[in-house]
Design a protein around this ligand. Structure first.
Ligand code: ADP
Ligand code: MG
Length: 394
């Protein structure tokens, strides 16, 4: 178990807290403040428990230089509104300078300050020890609460912990609890649903999960590479040439390990990659040469939903079809609805899968939606994330 903010006596201490305030901006207007709201429980806990709180985050890709359009100033303003208390913003092109150090030093218990976008400095992504030490010098304990960047060893996510002790905030705690329990201590039967575009991207995840799951359901673009590996013709569907051999390996491994490996039995295939393209439903052994599969078919939806209804834990990564186009979103939507209904722990990992669930308005019907796209994938691959590894054990 990792230490959390609750394991620290905060009286007289300053928490240097890494948040994910990478919010979408239109000029200086925040168009979606979900990530700021998500950070509130940890910040409020620190405020109420005697800590002075220095917050830091990245925003966009300023590539190591100050870019005024990517300043965190609008975040400080929004955060002040949400907390009902002034958040002190100390702008600095250097992110940490004497002025910032002085402000952190006089910060009192219950007060909150935000420093400038850490990616204004090229030392951030290089995990430069000098910059990490500068960040650490702003306080006494590092609070890691940005899951979306926890798979990156940067100064503000990893290096800082070389200088001050690290604990997790509530967001990270939740990710570790749900992703960790689902993968390592699941209630069974345990199923994983894998979809998305490319097999190659997901091979490490599938390989890791094959050792853990009882059932693996495949959908999305990656299914066609498996069909091809089985000798079916797939028309003009997405084929991951590089992943073809690996798909064959996976099919063999699943059999060896006794994992129930399910592929779609029918697909929706269209003339073109366009929402209004003529399309039809085909069994997988008769996909027309001139058509591409863009969604799972109705028989597959029924088969998958019946199977999922028997499970107690489900991890879902990767949409079942091109859900961005309404005509090819049915499979993804049906699976999301099925997960919303069943009596199982349901965990969604992956940026597009999370976006799909949100698009269908089913976000609050899932047990947990991971906030880190790349980070959740690496977690499901069974890798230890550098930004998690540095958090002290209890
Ligand atoms: P995640 O972000 O959840 O890990 P991926 O990034 O792997 O998911 O895959 C998402 C993408 O896969 C979506 O943009 C979706 O349109 C695409 N996709 C799903 N099914 C197909 C298909 N049959 N053909 C082409 N692209 C597909
Ligand atoms: Mg994606």
């Amino acid at each position: 178990m990792k230490k959390t903010v609750k394991d620290i006596n905060w009286a007289g201490k300053t928490a240097v807290t890494r948040c994910d305030f990478n919010v979408p901006l239109d000029g200086d207007r925040i168009t979606d403040d979900t990530r700021i709201r998500a950070a509130l429980p940890t910040i409020k806990y620190l405020m109420e428990n005697g800590a002075a709180t220095v917050l830091m985050s990245h925003l966009g890709r300023p590539k190591g230089k100050p870019v005024p359009e990517m300043s965190l100033a609008p975040v400080a303003k929004r955060l002040s509104e949400l907390l009902g208390k002034d958040v002190i913003f100390v702008p600095s092109d250097a992110v940490v300078d004497d002025k910032v150090r002085a402000a952190a030093k006089v910060l009192k218990a219950g007060e909150v300050m935000l420093i400038e976008n850490v990616r204004y400095r090229e030392e951030e992504e290089k995990n430069d020890p000098g910059f990490a030490k500068d960040l650490a010098g702003l306080g006494d304990v590092f609070v890691q609460d940005a899951f979306g960047t926890a798979h990156r060893a940067h100064a503000s996510t990893t290096g800082i912990a070389d200088y001050i002790p690290a604990v997790s905030g509530f967001l990270i705690e939740k990710e570790l609890r749900f992703l960790g329990e689902a993968v390592n201590d699941p209630k069974r039967p345990f199923a994983a649903i894998m979809g998305g575009a490319k097999v190659k991207d997901k091979i490490p995840v599938i390989t890791n999960l094959l050792d853990k799951v009882d059932i693996l359901l495949i959908g999305g673009g990656m299914a066609y590479t498996f069909f091809k590996a089985q000798g079916y013709s797939i028309g003009t569907s997405l084929l991951d040439e590089e992943g073809l051999e690996l798909a064959g390996d996976i099919l063999r491994k699943a059999e060896e390990k006794g994992v129930k490996f399910m592929l779609p039995v029918d697909v929706v295939a269209a003339d073109e990659f366009a929402n209004d393209s003529p399309c039809g439903v085909y069994p997988v052994d008769s996909i027309p040469d001139n058509r591409m599969g863009l969604d799972i078919g109705p028989e597959t939806i029924k088969l998958y939903c019946d199977t999922l209804a028997t499970t107690k834990t489900v991890i879902w990564n990767g949409p079942m079809g091109v859900f961005e186009m309404d005509n090819f979103a049915k499979g993804t939507k049906a699976i999301a609805e099925c997960l919303a209904e069943i009596d199982a722990t349901t965990v969604i990992g992956g940026g597009d899968s999370a976006a799909a669930v949100a698009k269908f308005g089913l976000g609050d019907r899932m047990t947990h939606i991971s906030t880190g796209g790349g980070a959740s994938l690496e977690f499901l691959e069974g890798r230890e994330l550098p930004g998690i590894a540095i958090i002290e054990d209890k």
